[in-house]
Design a binder for this molecule. Structure first.
Ligand code: FAD
Ligand code: OAA
Length: 349
């Protein structure tokens, strides 16, 4: 859709920086909830070149140590319920959203036998000894059904849906956020690691992760070591094997030796993977902070103001909470609308 400046002149002009999982979901949520907004996603990269395109995309929450747990719980629940509806609709195959069952296993029982998300996933239960016998040297396990997003389908599906509702996309890097002032009334920052340079946030850092995609169509269950080191997630056309977590490593190039180690660890958990052909090796950077940053702010320079909503720092758990955080950012934008109207009026005088 072409941008019509006259049609959209009366609307609040929103620029979402970042076209990854968080940017697209936030832009979609805004356009669906706030019809008084005209929304443009501006991003240096889109799928297949975002962090989400590397990810397994499974809904098993990670814990953000400095974000209140009740918020994390609510965001996970909102995301799960939203995707569960899509998984049960005629959109499911195009969106790449499906249910998946499997096991999270531990060498000794974890502190939290029933994690905060156990009431949200389906059929959560503690594994019995007969099932655990599959995994030598593991003493405890949780069995449940959750959801999985195939990013190569889900990200383009969101973008298509966003455009069909009148949203715009632009592929470019934003060098200085003030370059958007004048054209846009408000900026929504979903730039992940880009927030370091754009907003000077030195507390966000990369945790590099490598995965392999292998051809093993007989694998129907996920298997995850509860310490997060090793996982096997069956997808639509391949199985994702992981993983690694290298703090402050900025390389997106997969390493052959690391791939060997991942394969060995996964074969130890699931011996039938021996000899499974490797389709692809990938590495990506989890945009990590001790707390998610979802806040509103007003930048001020030379007497001018630029309202900003931040939504970033999803680390290794973005898929698990993205719709909840998109809703949160949309609520913050809604609170800013009277201020933006007032500001538009004053600047016309
Ligand atoms: C190996 C691996 C496995 C994972 N597995 C899972 C999983 O199973 N479950 C789960 O919940 N999560 C998982 N994750 C985490 C999940 O992928 C991330 O949390 C999520 O993708 C982060 O999305 P994002 O949009 O914040 O970041 P990104 O995808 O990094 O998006 C940021 C966007 O901002 C753009 N940008 C940055 N700076 C600028 C600028 N100055 N101007 C314009 N554009 C800019 C970039 O081009 C990019 O498009 C995994 C991650 C990895 C690496
Ligand atoms: O830990 C997992 O199961 C997958 C994941 O989210 C990651 O690698 O960040």
């Amino acid at each position: 859709m072409l941008h019509d400046p006259i049609m959209s002149a009366q609307k609040i002009q929103v620029a979402v920086i970042g076209g990854g999982l968080v940017g697209l979901s936030t832009a979609l949520c805004i356009i669906e909830c706030l019809p008084q907004c005209s929304v443009t996603v501006i991003s240096e990269e889109f799928s297949p070149n975002t962090t989400g395109d590397v990810a397994a995309g499974c809904l098993i929450p990670h814990v953000y140590p400095d974000t209140p747990l009740h918020q994390q719980k609510a965001w996970f629940k909102e995301t799960f319920n939203y995707l569960f509806k899509i998984a049960n609709s005629s959109e499911a195959s195009e969106a790449g959203i499906y249910l998946i069952s499997g096991w999270q296993i531990f060498k000794s029982a974890p502190k939290e036998v029933y994690p905060f998300w156990s009431e949200t996933v389906l059929g959560f239960r503690i594994m019995d000894e007969t099932e655990l016998a599959k995994f030598q040297s593991y003493k405890f396990g949780q069995a449940f059904t959750t959801l999985k997003c195939q990013a190569s389908q889900y990200l383009p599906w969101m973008e298509k849906r966003f455009k069909s509702k009148g949203g715009y996309v632009e592929k470019r890097k934003v060098i200085d956020v003030w370059d958007l002032h004048g054209t846009y009334d408000v900026v929504v920052n979903c730039s992940g690691l880009g927030s370091r340079d754009l907003f000077g946030d030195q507390s966000i850092y990369p945790v590099q992760g490598q995965v392999l995609e292998v051809n093993a169509p007989w694998i129907k269950h996920f298997i995850r070591d509860g310490d997060g080191s090793t996982y096997i997630y069956p997808g639509i056309s391949y199985v994702t094997l992981g993983g690694t977590r290298k703090k402050d490593d900025w390389s997106c190039l997969p390493n052959a030796q690391t791939s060997k180690v991942i394969l060995e660890r996964c074969c130890h958990l699931e011996p039938s993977l021996y000899g499974a052909p490797v389709i692809q090796e990938k590495a990506g950077l989890r945009p990590t902070r001790s707390a998610l940053r979802i806040v509103k702010d007003v930048l001020v320079k030379n007497g001018q103001q630029l309202p900003v909503i931040h939504n970033y720092g999803h680390g290794g758990g973005g898929f698990s909470i993205h719709w909840g955080t998109a809703n949160e950012a949309t609520k913050l934008l809604q609170q800013l609308i009277p201020f933006i109207h007032h500001f538009k009026l004053v600047s016309k005088l």
